[in-house]
Design a protein around this ligand. Structure first.
Ligand code: ZN
Ligand code: CU
Length: 493
């Protein structure tokens, strides 16, 4: 701790001493010191020498900063670059642009507008208001992120639905040859400017009519060594297995690794099918790089989709443009008050958002525990009553599922949040605690870490996260986010 008297700099900017280090590799933790200099991890083991800051990690766990592989933070990192929802969970990198929807490249005010109103189509409205889509080229978005200097690192996929709305007059049909050529050119330009890959949201009405041939053609722009294909499957209900086969075919055709988004068995009729779904995942992963992400809740969330309205389970309305006062109420109660059907009420609430309690807990656990599963929050930062996954995903895995339920060991949980996603998304200098890696770190207490956000009170920081560093700089101290922000835009290399 002694400071050198000379103006010469310290041997280390930061040393964390005595923590149990979970290095991200799925190996059990070990008590070692970690030394950081110039934003990088430079020493792991017994670290001697002077340090600008020394942190006592005794009794705590030190892990690579968590990588949230499934986010919709595209505009949030510009709108609110302090990113408290993520830092307070230990997340240091977000992958944006999932589910076919991305903030860029989007032609402002142009395109199909989802067949009404002229604004961005559903579900792109989850990301932000029409006027926030101000990045016609991916390079413009990247420059805006770099100018905003968010507190977390950002890597960005390009959304298929965003490309469609740029080049098509309506989205309820297949793209023409000329439209596909225009989308391909825009995708290529985006990849050249640092995009991580392509995402699709084929279940949504804005992309459902895109045949697999359209996606296959676009995927030919991907360089399988650098770019990923991430997909919100065409069907998460009865036809999930064929939808997974379609996703794997895109990967095999293009050579790109496949990332199946928020893998789940949705709808009462599918409860209990996780074994079959995971067998399909393993089958796809035989001979090709296929993996998935999952959030640790038995409820999903998105826009209020008339196709998903059912009386089988609770549907919580989180927001409604025409009826904001109904946010926070069950769709069934709203329908009763209005003397109408569930679908009738859902129609009157449009556009709106919802939480669907559509999964079975046993399926969630089986998918979470699978070795091909990474953790991704799918948090919706713009929702006034967001699904608690936005603030709770990572601590919920560490606390509820690892410590309390014993679903898998802590080192495996850390691997699913760090080393696994870093290798699967080409973030080669992150996700592992090793000399030479970027110093994204989280110090937490395995005995107390837990999600505090719940469905009733969803905007609450987690407990048990003691400190977070991004690129070697303190970003969160367990109470508040730091004023300086040190995230970077991460382009594949
Ligand atoms: Zn999705
Ligand atoms: Cu999503």
């Amino acid at each position: 701790m002694g400071r050198k008297r000379s103006p010469a700099r310290h041997d280390y900017d930061l040393v964390v001493r005595g923590a149990c280090v979970y290095d991200g590799s799925d190996a059990p933790g070990a008590v070692v010191d970690v030394g950081v200099r110039d934003g990088c991890i430079v020493a792991v083991g017994t670290v001697e020498g002077s340090a600008g800051e020394t942190v006592d990690g005794n009794g705590l766990a030190l892990a690579p900063g968590f990588i949230d592989v499934h986010t919709h933070d595209d505009l949030e990192v510009i709108r609110q670059p302090a990113m408290p929802a993520k830092l307070s969970q230990g997340v240091t990198t977000v992958v944006v642009g999932n589910c076919g929807i991305s903030a860029s490249p989007v032609r402002p005010g142009g395109g199909a507008g989802g067949g009404g109103g002229g604004g961005v189509p559903d579900p792109m409205n989850l990301l932000g208001a029409d006027e926030e889509f101000a990045y016609p080229r991916f390079a413009d978005y990247r420059a805006a992120v770099e100018a905003a200097r968010p507190a977390v690192n950002v890597a960005a996929l390009v959304g298929h639905t965003a490309l469609r709305q740029n080049h098509m007059d309506r989205l309820d049909r297949a793209a023409s040859k000329a439209e596909i050529a225009a989308m391909r050119a825009q995708l290529r330009e985006s990849l050249d400017a640092g995009a991580l890959g392509l995402s699709t949201g084929l279940a949504y009405a804005s992309a459902l009519q895109a045949p697999d041939s359209e996606v296959l053609a676009l995927s030919e722009e991907l360089d399988g060594r650098r770019h990923a294909y991430a997909t919100h499957l065409r069907d998460e209900f009865a036809r999930i297995v064929p939808a997974m086969e379609e996703a794997v075919a895109v990967g095999r055709h293009s050579g790109a690794p496949v990332r199946i988004s928020h893998l789940k068995c949705a709808g009462v009729d599918n409860w209990g099918r996780s074994g079959e779904v995971l067998a399909a995942l393993e089958h796809g992963a035989d001979g090709h790089d296929v993996a998935c992400d999952c959030y640790p809740y038995a409820a999903s969330s998105s826009t209020l989709d008339l196709k998903q309205v059912t009386g089988d389970y609770d549907i919580l309305v989180t927001w409604s443009d025409p009826h904001p006062d109904q946010g926070g109420r069950l769709l069934a109660d709203i329908a009763a008050d209005w003397h109408t059907t569930l679908v009738g009420a859902a129609r009157r609430l449009q556009p709106a958002g919802a939480v669907y309690h559509c999964m079975d807990e046993a399926d969630v656990r089986r998918i979470l525990a699978h070795p091909l599963t990474m953790i991704g929050s799918d948090g919706l930062p713009r929702d006034p009553r967001p699904h608690p996954r936005l603030w709770g995903t990572f601590p919920r895995v560490l606390g509820h599922y690892v410590r309390d339920a014993g679903l898998f060991p802590l080192h495996t949980a850390v691997h699913k949040m760090t080393g696994l996603p870093a290798s699967r998304f080409g973030l080669h200098d992150r996700g592992v605690i090793r000399a030479g890696m970027a110093a994204d770190l989280v110090l937490f207490d395995p005995a107390t870490v837990r999600d505090v956000a719940d469905f009733h009170d969803p905007v609450q920081p987690a407990a048990g996260i003691h400190a977070v560093w991004v690129n070697g700089r303190r970003a969160y101290d367990g109470q508040a986010v730091a004023t300086g922000r040190h995230g970077r835009f991460l382009a594949p290399r």
